[in-house]
Design a protein around this ligand. Structure first.
Ligand SMILES: [Zn+2]
Length: 179
């Protein structure tokens, strides 16, 4: 059984958002198109308290309950079976969907007999990277959908380096039309 893990397709990570990636919202139609190929669709939300040490590193973004923390309107919310919230505590990073606090994602996926996790969303060089590495680490076959991710690229090439890092860890990288 295979799951689609949609990472942080939220307003603040899209054009006009507090921590925008270039073309972040462009992943939404790609994701909408492939969602029915999966047995389960999980979407993560960066879901921060108003004050957190995380904001010493980043501009304030995705504060729980705000517009910036909502899924982007282009993402079809009907495809989502389960939402997981991460970054909810006063912690530095918390990039991975597997650090969600409202649900134990590993146990949840195992309870649904998921053996393969396809990862997409934002941002390639942070939360997608951490989530894919964690999925791999927890023993899931992990596949990254390269046309359904976007990078912050704080340093030029960060996104490409993240893809290499995921490949080196054993993740497969595919185009959405190969699924
Ligand atoms: Zn964050």
């Amino acid at each position: 059984m295979k799951a689609l893990l949609i990472v942080d397709v939220q307003n603040d990570f899209c054009t006009g958002g507090a921590l925008a990636t270039r073309g972040g919202e462009e992943v939404a139609p790609v994701i909408n198109n492939i969602a029915d190929k999966f047995d389960l669709v999980v979407a993560s939300k960066d879901w921060h308290p108003e004050e957190t040490v995380h904001f010493e590193k980043w501009p304030v973004h995705c504060v729980a309950g705000t517009h910036g923390a909502e899924f982007h309107a282009e993402l079809n919310s009907k495809i989502i079976d389960q939402v997981v919230e991460k970054g909810t505590a006063n912690v530095d990073d918390g990039y991975s969907a597997f650090e969600a606090t409202n649900l134990d994602l590993v146990q949840f996926l195992k309870s649904k007999e998921i053996d393969t996790v396809y990862v997409c969303g934002i941002a390639t060089d942070y939360c997608v990277l951490s989530s894919a590495l964690d999925a791999q680490k927890h023993g899931f076959k992990t596949v990254v959908i390269k046309d359904a991710i976007r990078a912050v690229n704080l340093k030029e090439g960060d996104g490409d380096r993240a893809i290499e890092q995921m490949k080196e860890a054993g993740c497969e990288v595919v185009h959405s039309n190969q699924i």
